[in-house]
Design a protein around this ligand. Structure first.
Ligand SMILES: [Zn+2]
Length: 485
């Protein structure tokens, strides 16, 4: 019913995006080849902000101390609708797009292996389409488009919320790639705290005078053993996983410094805090046993993600209005071949919208948009730019990301996003319903950021690795710029 009331506006934004399908694809493909790691998304952020600026958005760069973060606004007054998404890649996942076997673009280089490049294309082009509708039909309200760096390390959005960027926002929409076109509501992701544990000791010659040393690596190893014992007593949905960032330099010098990076997860913010507190105790015990000192640096801390029922209904209406892209025989064949190569159910591409069922099941991954989702009602547009069932953070997850599957999925996602924005700007009762269902959903819970009050963003994260690969990767950059008309 709501959708039919705005048939004129909807066909305008849908036509706009069909007409600009090349520009949508150019954004996604450009960011795919930039393949930038979290906190180092320099070229990706530049492309997105310049594109939005060319379309009349006013852009604030470097928000909350994030060099690759931004807020682009358009319009004025209420309601204030925030769109936000991520655009970072992962290490060691450089995959040639369109190939159904593992093949690097840049050997050992970073690359997109999930599809955050398409997330960016959908957000930017959906926002531009919505802006054109605001202008053409005189819609009232403000669009705020947030670029969120470092999602793979769960970093930026808790800072944005802590620093007040969402204080005047009425509703927010996140967009994320997948094998499905659909949306959900309820708790979807887990809370997480991740931190560096750096042990400090004293060096010694490992062969001539090992008794003189205080071995920092012993601290790391003992913490690992303590966490392994603790695992038995964690609740089933809790998780703890780690990598050793610094284990010393050479065997004949006992290391004076060693760092282990742990991520702790739980279904609730309080649960993640409890696992972290236990991790801290274990680290202190390990330091005591190894005669070292431990320094703990929080890297990220996020609430679980929840999506709102009122917004899910608005988004679902629009997804159904847009419909799943029409896949060609070749696209279906590519998808099945890739699924076979990845050893997953070879069903091809899906041809139907995922129905909106009751509250969804909460899963163990996290996303740093969790904090947004407890501050304001948040919805998610899921769009089909990747092949169903392929594992993310694996070469197969990157194989479709600059193909026509990605391009068509992104146009469909941008249409649904722009359509939802048009609905929310036109019908105040939809925003009211989102707020009412949100109040019921969060109940008595009082949101308070998990990140420490004075915490500053880790701006050097991934810098070295990105600098190593940027030059060989730049040979593959797309020269063409996205142009909308
Ligand atoms: Zn993601």
């Amino acid at each position: 019913m709501a959708a039919n009331n705005r048939a004129r506006e909807k066909s305008f934004v849908f036509n706009f995006l069909d007409r600009n399908a090349v520009a949508v694809a150019t954004i996604g493909d450009s960011i795919f080849y930039f393949g930038e790691l979290g906190m180092q998304e320099v070229e990706s952020a530049k492309l997105m902000t310049e594109t939005l600026e060319n379309e009349g958005f006013s852009v604030e760069r470097g928000i909350s101390g994030f060099p690759t973060g931004f807020c682009a606004s358009y319009g004025s007054g209420d309601p204030v609708i925030a769109l936000h998404t991520e655009y970072d890649a992962n290490p060691n996942n450089s995959q040639v797009s369109g190939e159904t076997e593992q093949k690097n673009i840049t050997p050992y280089g970073p690359g997109h292996c999930e599809g955050h490049n398409c997330n960016a294309a959908v957000m930017v082009s959906g926002a531009i389409a919505a802006k054109c509708a605001i202008k053409k039909f005189g819609l009232k309200g403000t669009l705020k488009v947030f670029g969120a760096p470092g999602e793979e390390q769960l970093i930026s959005r808790p800072y944005y919320v802590r620093d007040g960027w969402f204080d005047d926002v009425d509703v927010a929409i996140h967009d994320h790639i997948g094998g499905d076109m659909g949306t959900v509501y309820g708790l979807t992701h887990s809370a997480a705290v991740s931190a560096y544990f750096t042990f400090h000791g004293e060096t010694a010659h490992a062969s001539t005078a090992p008794w003189r040393a205080r071995d920092a690596l012993d601290g790391v190893v003992l913490m690992d053993m303590g966490m392994a014992q603790f695992r038995e007593h964690m609740e089933p949905e809790m998780r703890a996983h780690r990598v050793i960032k610094d284990g010393g330099d050479q065997p004949n010098t006992i290391p004076a410094r060693a760092t282990v990076w742990w991520t702790f997860r739980a279904p609730t913010a309080e649960g993640a805090r409890i696992v972290f507190e236990q991790g801290k105790k274990i680290a202190e015990g390990a330091a005591l046993m190894s005669n070292t000192e431990v320094e703990i640096e929080v890297m990220s801390a996020v609430w679980p993600v929840r999506t709102n029922q009122g917004l899910a209904e608005v988004i679902q209406n629009n997804l159904e209005l847009v419909g799943v892209p029409e896949w060609t025989v070749d696209e279906q064949a590519f998808a099945r071949k890739l699924q076979e190569a990845a050893n997953v159910h070879a069903e091809g591409l899906r041809t139907e919208i995922k129905p909106l069922l009751g509250p969804t099941e909460q899963r163990t991954p996290s996303n740093d948009c969790g904090d947004v989702s407890w501050k304001v009602p948040m919805g998610r547009v899921g769009f089909p730019s990747n092949v169903p069932n392929v594992p993310f953070h694996h070469w197969a997850g990157g194989a479709a990301l600059a193909t026509t599957i990605a391009h068509k999925g992104s146009v469909a996602g941008a249409k649904a996003l722009a359509g939802a924005v048009v609905d929310l700007l036109s019908d105040p009762t939809l925003v009211q319903r989102a707020k009412k269902t949100f109040a019921e959903e969060i109940g008595e819970v009082i949101y308070k950021p998990l990140i420490p009050e004075r915490q500053k963003p880790p701006v050097d994260l991934n810098r070295e690795m990105m600098e190593t690969f940027r030059q060989p990767m730049s040979a593959h950059y797309i020269q063409e710029k996205p142009r909308f008309n």
